[in-house]
Design a protein. Sequence first.
Lengths: 978, 143
Amino acid sequence: MNNKKIKVLMIEDSIDDATLIKRRLENSTKSHFSVADVRTLDEGLQYLSHHVPDIIISDLGLPDSHGLDTVNRIVKKAPDIPLVVLSGFDDESLAIKAVQAGAQDYLIKGQAENPQLERSLFYSIERARLQGQVEKHSREITGFQKNMHQILEKNTDALLVIDNKNRILYANPAVQSLFGRAREELINEELTLPLASGKTVEIEIERPDQEKKTAEMSVVNIDWESQPAILVSMHDITRHKKMEKDLKESEERFSKVFQHSPEVILITDLTDGTILEANDSFFRLTGYSRHEVIGRRFSDLGMWVDLQDMENLNRAIKENRIISNLEYKFRMKSGEIRTWLFSGEIINIGGELRVLSVNIDITERKKMEDRFRFSDVALKSIHEGIIAMDNDFKITYWNEMCEQMLGIKAADAMGKEISDIVTIVESYEGQNRKHLELLLEKGFCREEQLYRTSRGDIWMDAQCQTIEYSGKRYGWLTLLSDISARKQAEEALKQSEERYRELINTSPDAIISVDSEMKIIIWNSGAEKIFGYTEKEALGQPFLMIIPEESRVKAVDLFNGLSKSVVRVGADQITYLMCVRKNGSRVPIELSIFTRKAGNAIITTGILRDITLRKESEEALKRSEEKYRELINTSNDTIISLDPQMRFIVWNYGAEKLLGYNEEEILGKSIMTIFPPEVQKDMAKELIRLKQPAAGSTVNNVFETTVIKKDGSAVPVDVSASARKTGEGSIITAIIRDITLRKEAEAKLRQIDQMKSEFLSNVSHELRTPLQSICGFTRLILSGEVPDTTTQQEFLEIIDQEALHLGHLINSLLDMTRLESGHFQIYRQPAAIRNTINDSLKMFQSLARQKNIEFHEEISPELPVMHVDVERMRQVIINLVGNAIKYSEPGGSINITANTIDNELVFSVTDHGAGIREENIKHLFERFYRAEGDTARGGTGLGLFISRQIIEAHGGRIWVESKIGKGSTFSFALPLNG
Amino acid sequence: MDKKILVIEDDPSTSRLLEYALRYRGYKVIAAPNGLEGIKKIQSEAPDMVILDVMLPGVNGYEICRRLRSEPATASTAILIFSARAQESDKDIGIRMGADDYLTKPAAHTEIVAKVEKLLAKKNGAASRSETTNEKVSNNKNQ
């Protein structure tokens, strides 16, 4: 610095003072000064507009400015140029204020011409330079924040940093998509969300576009640009919420259909037949209550009338997966036996095979069918009565059967007309006469006649025909069959039909009978309701009117088939078909059909059940089930459900991915399987709390915890759980999310933040310490308080030493900056390494003496010339030896060795200090790392880091061996031909 | 009576500076290079005042402060923290731990002396008003 010309701007209105200082400076032997002097502040400021002096000297009291104002205006104009103010002898306090306002130093007028003037100027310039560098470095340090910013910027969670007044200081890109607003717009706005530290809470965000978002929010305290701030992290869970809602709706719909269906719907376990769920219709019909049935088997309850039925049903469903309309008998709680029609299907619920069945009670229908089914008793008697008559209807033959049937002996009948011996009761007036006329005209007549005899009324099937031979009539022959039994049955049937007409009419099912011509002869109110035709409209109409055209051929075939198989009187079939209503709309029908002979006619009766609702239920059930399953299975999120005993009943693909267990392994296991022992108690509490709410309501809860994977590793997770009350207890469904990345990002962020602020604080401390000595001793000497020249010399040496130390520190910081920015370079040149080592060690002689530390040096005299960066090598050696002294106790010793071993130069420094703990050794060569606790000795934490970079840049390696209580050896090795 | 001041400071240069400047003004000065020795000297020498660095090897300055304040014998000893830790939060901690004042490095010896005088006068006045407080050591006695 002494070789360069120092440009000085002096603002001083007193010509005498100005001349004095100017002369003093221009005659300086220490350096060349060129002084520009002006009289007023204005002139000074103008000068500064065109020139950049190295230093400004200014009087505080000027014609156009006074006091601190002068300082402020100069500092504002030229903030980077050191300023020394001149002040009156009586105004030192103002001068001190000036220094606080930004001046580097002050000089008291009158003392200004003493030898301290130049020193003060040098010192001010140097100090300003150092300060400039420190500030520059501080700016560079803010580069570390870039790391943090990257983490914030790239994070998919919305992250906000807010100050303690909830003002938003920073928002990352993810915030935009969550809030629906530009992040720039949010800065400085107040965040109105409720902040609960340490707990994840669920929040609702209403965006300007009306869209609502749900997010999980957690907050952590951080330092933001050296101020305490809060990091708010928000994870968008809108989609999860919607999914949960859909899931719930789907389940609700399922459960509604399930519960309110008029049909009995059951869910049973495929393997053991345990009843898992049954709807209200089941309980209503069977008379059992829920707790008597759920969890038990039908066979346990004795509900199967025929165990063979049960086996058939089980086998059939296992073989076919789907079966419909299997009829079986079931015993109700009251003991009553009823007939149920079973239709079922195997479904997969939560990984378990279940049977979902719809059961229809067809007991009434069966009964009805039985009533209608006419048991055709054997009417066909081979014993017929035979009566022969002559042309005048006089009886000529009367067989034994006639005697038995009519109670009239042949002898009493012969020669008489029938009407003489029995009364044939006319069903209508003139029946007998008409019968005779018919007979005479056609020669044949067959009629059912009621014979009134002494034994009572007998119904006869009477066939009468002429006996002719070669066109000549010889007489008449009548065959009589007793049909009383049949007639009675018919009568009974008629009565029974009367009795059941009411039943027919009140049945919700349509009961329709048709004659052999397929004309409708019975049309009950159920049919009216289902098809829209009144009885009056329907009677006599063809049955096909309710069959859509495309199905008519099939219907006719069915009908004909049925008619032909009339032998199997009463045999019934169940078919499904689509019918058409009066208004043209379609209606799905379950048809149960049977035929009977009524008198001479064949009557076909159908019971038609509108199964729209059932179809819909089935469809809805299927859709709901499918949707539910798809939602759960395809979700990447981990979705699990627990039964009331806290065992897994749902375990989706996401769960398998996250935790490693597959469905088979985990279903039925306790939830505690996935919690580490230390959280199990808390989790149990949390889950029980979830199950507290009143029936029907649901409770959602979000909490953070840890889960254990199958491989034993732990994963931090967020759990969003909800409980739904069912009859058997609460079912808990939870979505579990892996938050490892978020946790890591948070931890990294905190770590960087902490390291940065520690580093700044350390740098500040390290710079201030030598500065204290430099300033302090300089001022002490300047103040004239050190009259003794030997002491003065001592103090100047300290100043020199500390200034050197300060220089080293700043060099370290600059090295650090270069390393960070990739500009660190070494300049190799041939050097006698032995000299480099000896030169470096010399520097420590006085310090070692001061601390009373002995050096044992074993530097091999045969060290070769090596290609190294001499200054850098010196830096490493100084660092290692300096550390050894720093960590040695007074009176200790340090061994220093340098040898060539295996084509390498190996340099070691051994101290006998406290040693380094194993766990700290691996961090020693990391930047910013410093010993802590009782081994702490201060420092920037850069020395060993930079040393390592230097040695590695030379192709060498650096390491440490240490023993607690014994001391440490730091070594480096450089390849000789490197 | 000369006031006795204990300087606990690990930086030898700074320690030397304080020693010299205070002795120059007639104070009796003793020094300790680390916390442990500092505590020993407080017990054996019973100084009127302690000037404390914060970042010391072993027991740090805050801890010393706390210990002094919790012992009845030293509860009223004047404590001036003289530290290179310059943040407001550092000062707050120092004052909370019981220090009477806090001075940031670098500081001119005049500033240090001014603080020392002020604190001693205050302690003096508080402890015993009857004692002659005029013994301000302004005589130019060397060492």
